[in-house]
Design a protein around this ligand. Sequence first.
Ligand code: ASP
Length: 317
Amino acid sequence: MTSSRTLLLHTGGTIGMAPSPEGLHPATGLVERALDRLEARGAVDLQRLDPLIDSANATPEDWNRLSAEIAAHHADYGSFVITHGTDTLAFTASALAMALEGLDKPVILTGAMVPLEQPGSDGERNLADALRIAGEAEPGVWIQFAGQLLRGPRARKVHSAAHDAFSGWPSERMPRRAGPRLIRHAFGRASIAVLPVAPGCAMQVIEHAMKVCDGIVLRCYGSGTVPNDPVLAGALQAAAARAIPVVAVSQTLEGGTTLGTYEAGAILLRHGVIDGRDMTLEAAYAKLALALATCPDLAAQRAFVEAPLCGEFGPTT
Ligand code: ASP
């Protein structure tokens, strides 16, 4: 019989931080004491990932460590809660939803904007909510924050100070990669650049990245326009010649890209840029990283990025 216990994976982040001369840094004991105050120890096992980190320092290797822990204990626990820094929490949520095919348990990520033991902290409320929701939510990767339950691959951090720091967008699919049994997919060490365009920006930077990186997320304007710049066109040509995937996402929070709408985006389609549609930048980045780790060539990487996987696209796509 499956246990109703929850495995809490504590990775670091503001929720468990304490002051230091150089600013807040991860400390041990805060989440543990919060569990005691919530009288949750009877139903929760805590595992601290070593070392605890500010999520600004997270890498795909950390996504691998988390997915490995969940896979190793998938059969032993009824649910998983991850306490995580908010800065890259949405990246981790997308990455886990994509990496854990056949996930059959709720995985709830949460954190805080103010450390647990500081006045006005939102940490205890978020932790209590996450533990409660873990017992009720459908299988999938979710973010519980400031009273909202959000789909992991459709959420973003949208505020750098308010308690209500995350927003989520709808999807017709559950935030999980369906499958008959659990298969864990690992991220590799691909070098991926995230490049925004801006009026008159130095296209040489984009040009260099397209010559040296394994994949690019290109943040375009609106529905997928970019400057009609010869250096950018040459860069896209170089990327196409090297057969590296370039995924377009939009600067806007809603609506996403529809490549081909404007002549000002024609160079993207002409050079085989992949339309990220309304994926968040976080989801597009994680998906491209997984495509590079698991697909043999550009055609397979394109098919992987374009196909719905785990509710990372909105309802109309
Ligand atoms: N810099 C912190 C982190 O991402 C911010 C937070 O947790 O709110 O770990």
